[in-house]
Design a protein around this ligand. Sequence first.
Ligand code: AMP
Length: 223
Amino acid sequence: MAANVVLIGPPGSGKGTQAERLVEAFGLRHVSTGDILRACVRDGVAPAGVKDDDGVVARIAAILKAGRLVPDDLMMDLVRATLFADADSGWLLDGFPRTEPQADALIEMVDADGPEPVIVEIVVPEEVLVRRLSSRMTCTSCGHVVARGAAEGAACPSCEPGRMVQRDDDRPDTVRKRLVVYREQTRPARDVLGKRYRLVEVDGVGTPDEVSRRIASVLDPAH
Ligand code: AMP
């Protein structure tokens, strides 16, 4: 079983759900840059590794809301401070890299701290993504996602204080912007990693269980 995994996939590919399952099944440490940034906005505190100068949290909040990307240097500082914080456990990185400079920075960090990650890309057609994103609800507290059916403000099925809401950046205009950002910036980052590390593409259409089984079988054929 690979100790380190980079999970790549467009918004709505089920990346967060699969990440939750993989960290549980393989005992990995989950580093989700989206979760870290949302927690920073919720708590009003700059993420680890990022200087808490005036306005940084407000700047991050505005970028997330617009579906744009947080600047590369800030993201690199954040990942550098969290990814290698515990040398004893393997990690699952989710949400980084999203640009070519971030991919180059990750390669540099791994060269210094190894071992090499396996890159898992979840592949889903764009029309399926738009449909999924506009109906999904996310817990304000633990980030748990349900595909559809939860009422705005319903109790989270996964944690006590949590409430299910539509993420600001899951609204239709922002979704379209995030998909363009993925196509134009994150696909090239994936190509950079694919030239350097083992990259597997997994079909992300199907139930969460089906997709989990596909991912588990490529990471650990005995699983
Ligand atoms: P996610 O939950 O991974 O979809 O991330 C939510 C939002 O956080 C993204 O739409 C970006 O605004 C921001 N974000 C997360 N990871 C990164 C990254 N590696 N680089 C730039 N922005 C990021």
